[in-house]
Design a binder for this molecule. Sequence first.
Ligand code: UDP
Length: 458
Amino acid sequence: MSTPTVLVLPSPTQGHVIPMMSLSHKLVEHGCNIIFVNSDFNHERVVTSMENINNNDSSSLYSSPIKLVSIPDGLGPEHDRVNFGELCDSMLSTMPSELEKLIEDMHMKEGIKVTCIVADVYMGWALKVANKLGIKGAFFCPTSASVFVLQYNAPNLVADGILDSDGFPISESEKPLWLSSSIPGMDIESCWWLRLFDPLVEKRMFKYAIHCISHSNLTEWCLCNSTQELEPEAFTLAPKLLTPIGPLLPTTTSSLGQFWKQDMSCMTWLDQQPHCSVVYVAFGSHTLFDQRQFIELALGLELTNRPFLWVVRRDPNCTNYVSLPSEFEGCKGKIIGWAPQKMVLSHPAIACFVSHCGWNSTLEAFCNGVPLMCWPYFGDQFSNKSYVCDGLKVGMGFDSDENGLVSRGEIKAKVDQLISDEDTRSRSQKLMEKLKHSMEEGSTSSKNLSKFVTWLKE
Ligand code: UDP
C-alpha cells in the first residue's frame, strides 16, 4: 500500500486550525504524509509563534512530517479579518484557483501527488477542486454534530418556510425548532449565523456556509470533532455522512498551529496554587470586550478573592484595546497573552473555567472534568452554552444587568456558586471518565478514523 498524502485545509481561524492540526498528527500516526495549508496571513503567524519558542519545538517546524504551506486569502496584510463576511467573499473568489495551482505545482515541481483533500466544512468549495483534479475529498466538521446538522438542514428550513432565503426566521414565533423528535427543541435565535452582530454579515455567512456544505454531495465522509457518546441523536440525522472521530485535543508534544506564542510561565505559577483553587479565564481567539465590561470582569475576578489565571490577548492586528482599571491590583491573579490551554485545564489547581464556549474549549473542559462558567460571545457558542448548562449540566451561565453588563457582583456570586457546587463537579468528572474511553483504542472514534485511513489507502 502506498503512503497517502493528505492535504488538510482549515478555514482561517485558530479554533479550526488547532483541531485540524490534531487530526493531522493522528493521520501521521496512521502512516500518512500531511500537507497543511493555511492562508498566507495565518501561516506567517504560525511560523512566527514557533520561531519565538526557545526550545526543541521550533525545530519541529522544519523536520515535521507535516509540511506547512500557504495560499493567499485575497486580502492585504492590513485588512481586518474580523469581518468574516468580507473574508469569506474574498476567499471564495481567490482560494479555489490558488489551491488548484498549489496542488499542480507540488506535483510538477516536487513530484508530490495529493491523495485526498480533507477540507474544513467551511472551506467546502475545496471538494470541487478535488473533484476537478481527480483527487479524493472529505469534510472535517470543527463544530458539534448538532451545529452541523442544523446547518446541513438549513435548506429544508428555508423550503419549509421557517427561515427566509437569507437565513432569518420568518415568523416571530417563540416556538423551539425541532430537527428530530429525539433532539430537544432549540431556540431558533441560537442558530449560529443569527449571532454575528450585523445582519449583513449574518446573511453573507449564511449563504457562504450553505454554499460550502452543498459540496457534501461530493464526499461520503464528514469527520466530526465530537463523539457518539456526547451526541448520539445528532449523529443519527446525517448517518451516511457524519462520522465521529473526536474529541481531538491539541497535542502537548507540539505547539504547531498556534497563532500566538504560549506563555509557559503559568505552569510554574499553577504549581504553586492550592488544589482546585484557580479560576481559569479565557475567551478563545476572537472575543472582544468593550471597556466597561472588561473593567467589570477585572474587578469581579478580584472580588472572588481566589487565584485566577486570565488570558488577555494582545493581538497587534486588533484595534480593540482595553485597559485594566486603575483600582485593579490583581495580586492573586496572573494575566498572560496566550496559554497552553490544554495543559492548564489538566492541572490539578484548576477549579473552574470561565469560557466563551468555543467548541474546542468546551471539549477541552469536558475531557479534563472542569466545570464551565459560560459566557458566549458569538456564533455557535450560544448553542454550546445550552448544551453545557441545560443538556449536560456541567456548567452555569452569567446573567446581565439592566445595562446589558455582567456585573462584578454577578461574576463573584456565580463563580462562588459553581465552585461550591459538588453535583456539577461530580457530573463533570463523570463526563471526563466517559470521554476518556472515547479516545482509547477500540473506541468508536478510533475505529472510524482507522476506517477512514483504509479508505484513503484504497
Ligand atoms: N487556546 C489556547 N490558548 C489560549 C486560548 C485558547 O491554546 O490562551 C486554544 C484552545 O485550547 C482551543 C482554541 O485555542 O483549542 C480556541 O478554540 P475555540 O473553539 O475554543 O474558540 P475560538 O478561538 O474558535 O473562538
